[in-house]
Ligand binder design. Structure first.
Ligand code: MN
Length: 495
């Protein structure tokens, strides 16, 4: 965090960008900085610092993640139309339509002013729409929010709490679904301290106690691994120990009944090697060196996670029975794991393109659905389950991958495939076994839905266990249809 406190400069920013994109428009970036600095002149942050420190810090964070310079330029300008006398039109005139539209996007999202539940919901809706229109706006928003969280101490406690809670509940899960683990982790840990201050202190102490004095063991494990891999001719690009992030440790401890000894990845050793073949070779060498723990070898290269995370994981008994987790991947996988969708905006040396081709279908779906259902705060819970919660992925008998929220059942699966399959669903076979319809599905399950074509519609009791909005709304609409008795229909006027 000390780096964030150090006064950052525009020259430093340009230097950072030059490290990964020599074709960036550096003049435009400097111009954006000068334009913003002039517009914000005389304004100060709550911390007392000149206002320009904030857009500059947000831009620096994006440059650290090697984000497209166009997004960085727009980030320098992101608060100009909202907070100064300079208008959006003037920004557009000076910086062109692309940067103009990014600044417009983030300006539409508005500021962190809390004016009751209704306004809050309205702001969220705007955010979901803006996100679907251009996911780059969301990347700017994350950087904006991360810097605001870093400087939260300057705000009154109640306001700080609200900003942190929203970051934890909404922003971090969105970052997660976009595969931006680094940003997700930052948002979570920065917010954790304000949302659950006592738990934060407790968890931090547990982690620090557990890893204290282990440095030597880990150094030894790393140098042994390095030696053996070099002997085998595998060119290691980097090998590093990483502490588990606090909030994810906190959640994991809850899942493991607070038993710290069941958390194996408090420190993980990450090895980067050039190719996929090197990844598997590395895994083999580590397993020859140390005995792997049963059930802890995970191949996310051949079966990526729903957010496209790719890596090999294994936990081994190293040295004196010390349990150590290894994560093995290529630099490209590492970059994508940390920056997710943002990694796809990098300047690509090979084809000289900057645009991302990756589809974000769920963001568009979210923007559509929230129009109908997001009107009360309680609806937000439903939306969060459908779109922002942890996902599992399951397979159809043909091998197609379907991703669903955690806790989803065969009925959710059936409705996800088609509403008629849901309505006529009569049973489910999961991994070749008949199961009851309320059984929660697990990652990797193969699910086959049995249907009964004579079935009139869903069972009303299903509403008590389905998880997705899609399933709920179909079951409810069927209930409504059936609630009107036919004699009544016959006397109702036609409309
Ligand atoms: Mn801002």
């Amino acid at each position: 965090m000390s780096a964030a406190r150090k006064r950052q400069t525009i020259d430093g920013l340009l230097e950072k960008v030059a490290l990964y994109d020599t074709a960036a428009n550096f003049d435009m970036m400097r111009l954006a900085y000068e334009f913003a600095a002039k517009a914000h002149e005389g304004q100060v942050r709550k911390s007392g610092e000149p206002y320009i420190v904030h857009p500059l810090a947000a831009a620096h964070m994006l440059a650290d993640m090697r984000i497209d310079p166009v997004i960085i330029t727009a980030t320098l300008l992101h608060d100009v139309p909202e907070d100064t006398d300079v208008t959006l039109e003037e920004v557009e005139k000076n910086f062109g339509p692309e940067i103009g539209s990014l600044v417009r996007g983030i300006t539409k999202l508005g500021k962190l002013k809390y004016r009751g539940v209704e306004r809050y919901i309205e702001n969220l809706r705007k955010m979901f729409v803006a996100m679907a229109e251009d996911i780059r706006v969301m990347i700017m928003k994350f950087a904006d929010r991360m810097h605001n969280l870093q400087t939260l101490d300057a705000l009154p406690p109640q306001k700080a709490y609200r900003v942190a809670l929203e970051s934890l509940e909404i922003y971090a899960p969105i970052a997660g679904r976009l595969g931006m683990d680094e940003i997700k982790g930052e948002l979570e840990d920065l917010s954790f301290k304000y949302v659950y201050p006592k738990e934060y202190q407790r968890i931090k102490k547990i982690r620090d106690d557990r890893i204290r004095g282990k440095e030597k063991i880990y150094q030894l494990v790393m140098s042994t691994a390095k030696e053996e891999l070099e002997k085998a001719g595998i060119p290691i690009q980097s090998i590093q120990g990483r502490n588990k992030r606090l909030y994810s440790f906190y959640l994991k401890l809850q899942r493991k009944d607070n038993d710290v000894s069941k958390v194996y990845d408090l420190i993980a050793i990450r090895i980067l090697v050039p190719t996929v073949a090197d990844c598997y070779a590395t895994l083999g060498i580590l397993h020859k060196l140390w005995k792997p723990m049963k059930g802890r070898i995970k191949d996310y290269i051949s079966q990526p996670k729903p957010n496209d995370y790719r890596s090999l994981h294994t936990t081994v008994f190293a040295g004196d029975g010390q349990v150590v987790e290894f994560q093995i991947r290529t630099p490209k996988m590492d970059e994508e794991a940390q920056y997710g969708i943002a990694a796809h905006w990098h300047y690509d040396e090979k084809n000289g393109k900057r645009k991302s081709k990756r589809e974000v279908a769920w963001a568009k779906e979210l923007a559509e659905i929230q129009k109908e259902v997001l009107t009360k705060l309680s609806d937000l819970e439903e939306i969060k389950v459908d779109f922002l919660q942890a996902r599992i992925f399951v397979f159809t008998p043909k091998g197609d991958v379907i991703d669903l929220p955690e806790g989803a059942t065969s009925v959710d699966f059936a409705y996800h495939i088609h509403s008629e399959i849901g309505n006529k669903c009569s049973g489910a076979i999961v991994n070749d076994k008949m199961v009851s319809l309320d059984t929660e599905l697990k990652n990797g399950d193969v699910v086959e839905v049995l249907t009964d074509k004579n079935r009139k519609g869903p069972n009303e009791a299903w509403i008590t266990f389905v998880k997705t909005h899609t399933a709920k709304s179909h079951i409810k609409s069927f209930q409504k249809k059936r609630k009107i008795p036919s004699w009544l229909k016959s006397v109702l006027p036609d409309k």
